[in-house]
Design a protein. Structure first.
Length: 123
């Protein structure tokens, strides 16, 4: 079971690299690039929407949201581009994923919005 989880994590890391390559490919439609950019920003963000220390829900975004977002985004990218990006992702050495400070800023903005909404609601 443990080895299966490790394989799933490796697969997800590869798929995030594939999305990063597809994001830069000119053959990808603008709407797929927009969604891929959002998925990449969130997946590489050092701050999660739901912090990991929150029981169950903290890991739920990592286990469900990111793979689901990757799956939806892959459907918008042409198969030929995905195949090409997948080959390039496998050919390139696996490096430490970059950190997306833009994604972190987006998460902070969402949390600030929730706090403002709650403050107005409790007035």
């Amino acid at each position: 079971m443990r080895e299966r989880w490790r394989q799933l994590v490796r697969t997800m890391r590869t798929e995030v690299r594939v999305l990063a390559l597809a994001y830069r490919d000119p053959r990808v439609p603008w709407y797929a690039k927009l969604l891929a950019g959002g998925v990449l920003a969130y997946a590489l963000s050092p701050i999660d929407l739901i912090p990991d220390f929150v029981p169950v829900l903290g890991l739920l975004d990592d286990v469900l949201l990111v793979p689901l977002d990757v799956l939806v985004t892959r459907r918008l990218i042409p198969d030929a581009v995905l195949s090409d990006c997948r080959q390039r992702a496998h050919a390139a050495p696996a490096t430490t994923p970059p950190v997306s400070w833009l994604g972190a800023a987006g998460v902070v903005v969402v949390w600030l919005g929730v706090l403002v909404w709650l403050a107005r609601l409790l007035r």
